[in-house]
Design a protein around this ligand. Structure first.
Ligand code: 4AD
Ligand code: MG
Length: 432
C-alpha cells in the first residue's frame, strides 16, 4: 500500500510512490498514452499513464472514463516545472470507481442560469473552486482577527420576534401559534452580548426579502457583526479599517494561486493599507453633485451608482459618515453637533464595488430610544428586552456588520455576489 495524499501535498513526496483520489477534470492523449488532469479538491495534478506501465484493464478503463469520473491513481511523483501545479504523477496502478459519461458542465461556455441551476456541480469548476477557497480564507482571517483582539464569539438567533433593519424586507414565518421573522442582522443580540462580555462578534446567515435583482443583493447572506462596549464611532471605524487590511493581507498570503487563477489584479489588493479616506455624507454629496453622471438628490441614501462613483475615486475603501437620520436605522445615535445627522459609517469597497460594511454608535439613552421605536412604528413590546440594556448599566457602545459575500466578491474580483456563496438565494432562485 502506498501513502495516500492530496495534490496540495505532492511537493513532500517527490521521487516517492503515492496514491491520489479524486475526479477527472479533463483527459487527453492518444494511442499508448493518457493524460489525466486529476482534481481532488485540494488542487489539480497531471497524471501520466503509459500503456506499458499499467495494467491493460486500467488503461482501458481510463480510456472510457469521461469528465468527473471518480478514480484512484498510484504512481511516482515527479517535479515538472511545465506541469500545472509543478508536479506530475507517473501512474503505475489505479482504479476507476465510477466511469461517467455526459457530465452536464463541459469546457464550452454555458449560460449563467444553466450554471446556477447546476450549482451543486458548478462548484467543481476551477473558478468556483477558487472563489470558495477565498471565501474560506476570508472567514478564517476574520475570525482570527477578532480572536487575536480578544473578542468573544456570541452568536445571535436566526428566528426573531423583531426587526432590526426596518420592516420592509422582513421574511415572516409561522412559528407555532405566532409570527416570527428570519433575522436581518444579529446586532440587537450582539449588543446584549457586548454588555455581558465587553467585546463580541456574531457571525451567521441573515435574511432579507430583497426584491432587487442587483449584483450586490442576496436574500440570504452571511454577516459578521462586532459590537464593543465603551467604543464610539471613531473606535469602530478604526476597527473596521484594521480588520479589512488584515483580512486582505492574509488572503494575499494564503490564497495567491486562487487569486492568480481568477486573474485578479494583485496590485489593487496590495494597495489596501491604512489610512482609508474618510468623508462625511455632506462631503460625499458634494463630490456627487459635481459628477456629471450622478443623479443623486441631497438628503437621500446613496444608490448603487452613487456608491460606485464614490468608491472609484479612491484606490482603497472609503468611509462615509454622518448620514441624515431619515435614511438610517432607529438604534443609531445622533450627532450632538448636528442632530440631523447620525453617528454612522458605511465603508465602500474600492474598485466600485459599493458598501461592504454598515455600522454606527448606538443610542444608549432609554428615553430617546423608546421615542425612536415609537417614531419608527416598531412594536414596543418586542423591544422590551433590548431596552433593558439601557435600563441596567447603559454605556456608550458601537459596532458594525460586514457582508461576507460582498467582501469575498471585492477581494476575489467577482462581479456578482451569487458566485460568492456556495448556494445563492435570490428573489428568483431557491434551487438547488
Ligand atoms: O448596512 P447593514 O444593513 O447593517 C446592519 O444590518 C447593521 N445592523 C450591522 C451592525 O451594525 N451590526 O448591512 C451590513 C452589511 C452591508 O454593508 C452589506 O455588506 C451586507 O451587510 N448586506 C448584504 N449583502 C448581500 N445581500 C444583501 N441583500 C445585503 N444587505 C446587506
Ligand atoms: Mg447599510
Amino acid at each position: 500500500m502506498s501513502t495516500i495524499t492530496t495534490v496540495a501535498h505532492l511537493g513532500d513526496f517527490v521521487g516517492e510512490t503515492v496514491t491520489l483520489r479524486g475526479w477527472i477534470y479533463s483527459r487527453s492523449g492518444k494511442g499508448k498514452l493518457h493524460f489525466v488532469q486529476l482534481r481532488d479538491g485540494s488542487g489539480i495534478c497531471q497524471c501520466v499513464l503509459f500503456k506499458k506501465n499499467v495494467s491493460e484493464e486500467l488503461f482501458e478503463a481510463i480510456g472510457g472514463a469521461g469528465q468527473e469520473s471518480s478514480l484512484m491513481l498510484t504512481g511516482e511523483v515527479s517535479a515538472d516545472e511545465r506541469a500545472p501545479g509543478g508536479y506530475e504523477l507517473q501512474v503505475s496502478e489505479g482504479q476507476v470507481l465510477q466511469a461517467v459519461d455526459g457530465y452536464p458542465i463541459t469546457p464550452k461556455e454555458h449560460g449563467t442560469d444553466f450554471l446556477l441551476s447546476n450549482r451543486h456541480l458548478w462548484l467543481r469548476s476551477k473558478k468556483q473552486w477558487a472563489v470558495m477557497r477565498i471565501r474560506d480564507a476570508v472567514i478564517t482571517a476574520l475570525r482570527r482577527f477578532f480572536d487575536e483582539r480578544e473578542f468573544i464569539c456570541v452568536d445571535s438567533p436566526m428566528f426573531t420576534p423583531n426587526a432590526c433593519e426596518g420592516t420592509s424586507n422582513l421574511f415572516e414565518l409561522d412559528y407555532f401559534d405566532r409570527k416570527a421573522y428570519l433575522t436581518q442582522s444579529g446586532q440587537l443580540y450582539a449588543e446584549a452580548g457586548a454588555m455581558a462580555m465587553g467585546k463580541v462578534y456574531c457571525f451567521g446567515p441573515t435574511f432579507r426579502a430583497e426584491k432587487s435583482k442587483t449584483r450586490r443583493h442576496l436574500t440570504e447572506f452571511w454577516m459578521l457583526e462586532p459590537e464593543v462596549a465603551f467604543a464610539d464611532l471613531y473606535d469602530i471605524m478604526q476597527l473596521a479599517e484594521d480588520m479589512l487590511c488584515s483580512v486582505v493581507k492574509e488572503v494575499l498570503e494564503r490564497r495567491r494561486p486562487e487569486l492568480d487563477l481568477l486573474e485578479r489584479d494583485i496590485s489593487k489588493l496590495e494597495a489596501i493599507v491604512p489610512p482609508f479616506p474618510r468623508l462625511t455624507y455632506n462631503e460625499a454629496a458634494k463630490i456627487l453633485a459635481e459628477h456629471p453622471e450622478s443623479e443623486f438628490t441631497y438628503g437621500e441614501d446613496f444608490g448603487a451608482p452613487d456608491e460606485t462613483i464614490l468608491s472609484n475615486a479612491y484606490d482603497r475603501p472609503v468611509m462615509v459618515t454622518h448620514y441624515p437620520n431619515e435614511v438610517k436605522a432607529f438604534y443609531m445615535k445622533r450627532d450632538s453637533d448636528d442632530p440631523t445627522k447620525t453617528l454612522c459609517v458605511d465603508v465602500l469597497g474600492s474598485e466600485g464595488v459599493g458598501e461592504l460594511i454598515g455600522g454606527s454608535q448606538r443610542e444608549e439613552d432609554l428615553d430617546v430610544l423608546e421615542k425612536r421605536i415609537a417614531e419608527h412604528e416598531l412594536p414596543a413590546k418586542a423591544f422590551e428586552w433590548y431596552l433593558d440594556l439601557r435600563r441596567y448599566g447603559s454605556v456608550p457602545h458601537s459596532g458594525f456588520g460586514i457582508g461576507l459575500e460582498r467582501t469575498v466578491g471585492w477581494i476575489a474580483g467577482i462581479e456578482h455576489v451569487r458566485e460568492c456563496i456556495p448556494f445563492p438565494r435570490t428573489m428568483y432562485r431557491i434551487e438547488p
